[in-house]
Design a protein around this ligand. Structure first.
Ligand code: FES
Length: 586
């Protein structure tokens, strides 16, 4: 037996028995018991994070993906070993998958620290899984490469293409407005999700897939191929092959996750018209690397970034169309002057080198040219004011233009239960000009900051044809949803934010032009009302207790404080003229 100062492969991360040679002896015995020969001891070990779950249809192609990754690893001379972590699906995670994202990040990080892996392939897809994996991998500081499961196929309903989840919400809205009947809502229910894979619009999963490619932690061209295509499997095989290269080169993910890489990710999020949730997740991943989110710099970047991708909910098409149009590489080529092309990617080459070899453009109408954007600029705007001292956001690209400058009477719901109890009450005193305010669905309040910000239009108004209203909350909204919806109000109501003191009848002003969110209540009255706010009961045990005690606000990514990097070295996105800092491992 040999002893090495920097062991790799199965000789690394030995169990601490106080006798390293015995630990290796035991490990070899178990590996042989599993039917392997000593040959595997000489190969780079490539971990493959298996997030298959019967409760996660967005990861339904996981077995095929793992087989393809394993094939690629073996072709390149590595030893592939898959292992599970928890898996999260949006529709199967009570009270909200966001409540469990940090738990999945901890699971991922600790497995990467514990297991003898030289590099790891992170396979995720559904909204919270990719953020969780990147957060964990950034903290563990290992060579890592992201592989997404890919989008689902669209379906067809009465001759019209439909896909989750923008159309799910649109049809449900029509059903609430009594525009379609019980039979049709049941019929379309079986058409909306065409296959396994992630949601087929520019929701959070699609946005995070694009963001992973823009960060440089996923292979070029890997974000858009749908889940059930041959191309998705070839991407998986290539990812496995490249993981062996990462192990041999010892290319750590933190060498890729530089401030400049985050600049590129924010830029792609904006140019895609992507999900507001990606802002929270990018803040969390950045926080693991020692970078803080500069909301004002993000707003400035938004103002100079056109939305070019014509995908629902802001546009018309679906992810499979984006793939056919050239995917994220085509988008990044279109905005290449706005990107930092010197950033290193997981291929070992720069983003500029990769884009230079991207397939040639061809006529298509999904990724617009710069001179013909789907939305000129400012797809996500940052708001401030006495209602959101630490900021709030609105996806104006998906809002009703007429409501972006609006003053109205507040109709207040104290929490999600209050909303559910009263929103459809025929006696509710509400008009289309009012502003719906929902409190206590923030990171601490809910807890977990659920996607409750998409407050439904009161049924009696929906029936009368009202399609949109100004809605405000400290929660999030699905990236597949649309409307004039102010989100991520910070500090949240449950953390002492002024949202807690809004009362029915207060006058609320939203001015996206001036970036203002305010109530007509002076500071002294806000302070007086805050002193009267009752402290809501908090969980007393387990993960829920840990969560509410340690979770940060939206602008810090809703990560746990003790998981953030110990040192802050940069703010992202960088402001013009500032210099980048090399990636820092926490
Ligand atoms: Fe998984 Fe939408 S529910 S991506």
């Amino acid at each position: 037996m040999t002893s090495e100062t920097s062991p790799t492969g199965l000789r690394s991360n030995l169990v601490n028995y106080g006798d390293a040679e015995f630990a290796l002896f035991l490990r070899k015995a178990f590996i042989k018991g599993a039917g392997y020969s000593d040959d595997v001891l000489e190969r780079p070990v490539i971990g493959i994070v298996d997030t298959e779950s019967g409760f996660n249809p967005c990861h339904g192609n996981m077995p095929e993906l793992i087989k393809a990754v394993e094939r690629g690893v073996m072709m390149a001379g590595g030893f592939p070993v898959s292992f599970p972590t928890i898996s999260l699906h949006e529709s199967f995670s009570h009270p909200t998958s966001m409540f469990l994202r940090n738990l999945m990040a901890m699971d991922t990080e600790e497995m990467l620290r514990a297991l003898p892996v030289d590099a790891v392939v992170l396979i995720g897809g559904c909204d919270k899984t990719v953020p969780a994996q990147l957060m964990g991998a950034a903290s563990a500081g290992r060579p890592a490469i992201q592989l997404v499961t890919g989008s689902m196929l669209t379906g067809s309903h009465r001759g019209r293409t439909v896909g989750a989840c923008t159309d799910c919400r649109a049809f449900w809205g029509r059903y609430r407005a009594e525009e379609i009947d019980d039979a049709e809502i049941e019929e379309v229910n079986g058409r909306l999700v065409g296959s396994v894979g992630t949601c087929s619009v520019a929701g959070t999963a699609s946005t995070m897939a694009a963001v992973a490619e823009a960060l440089g932690v996923a292979l070029p061209g890997s974000a858009a191929p749908p889940a059930v295509t041959a191309e998705r499997m070839r991407v998986a095989e290539m990812t496995g092959r490249r993981a062996v290269g990462l192990a041999e080169e010892k290319l750590d993910i933190n060498q890729i996750l530089t401030p400049a890489a985050f600049d590129n990710a924010f830029r792609v999020l904006l140019a895609m018209g992507g999900s507001t949730n990606a802002l929270v997740h990018l803040a969390a991943i950045a926080g693991r690397c020692g970078y803080t989110l500069d909301l004002d710099a993000f707003d400035a970047m938004s103002l100079e970034t056109p939305v070019l991708v014509n995908l629902k909910p802001a546009g018309a098409h679906y992810m499979e169309d984006l793939h056919r149009a050239g995917g994220v590489q085509r988008l990044m080529t279109e905005i290449s002057d706005l990107l930092d092309l010197d950033t290193l990617t997981v291929t070992g080459r720069t983003l500029g080198e990769e884009l230079a070899e991207a397939p040639a453009p061809y006529p298509q109408d999904v990724i617009r040219p710069r001179e013909d954007p789907i939305y000129p600029a400012g797809s996500i705007a940052v708001l401030r004011g006495n209602l959101a001292p630490a900021g709030a956001i609105i996806k104006q690209a998906a809002a009703a233009p007429a409501l972006l400058e609006h003053t109205g009477r507040a109709v207040v719901f104290e929490d999600a239960a209050d909303l559910a109890a009263r929103i459809d009450d025929e006696a509710l005193d509400v008009t289309a000009d009012d502003v719906l305010v929902l409190k206590n669905i923030g990171p601490v309040g809910a807890p977990g900051m659920p996607e409750g910000g998409y407050i439904p239009i009161p049924r009696k108004l929906a029936r009368a044809g009202v399609k949109d209203m100004v809605r405000i909350s400290d929660g999030r909204m699905s990236g597949t949803a649309a409307g004039t919806i102010v989100l991520h109000v910070s500090p949240e109501a449950a953390a002492g934010g002024p949202l807690a003191v809004v009362r029915d009848g207060d006058t609320v002003t939203l001015s996206v032009k001036d970036r203002v969110l305010a109530i007509d209540v002076d500071d002294a009255e806000i302070a007086r009302r805050l002193a009267l706010v009752e402290v809501r009961p908090k969980p007393k045990r387990g993960y829920a207790k840990l969560f509410v005690e340690e979770v940060t606000q939206a602008e810090e990514g809703c990560d746990f404080r003790f998981l953030q990097a110990e040192e802050t070295t940069a703010a992202v996105p960088r402001r013009a003229g500032s210099t980048g800092t090399a990636g820092v491992s926490s």
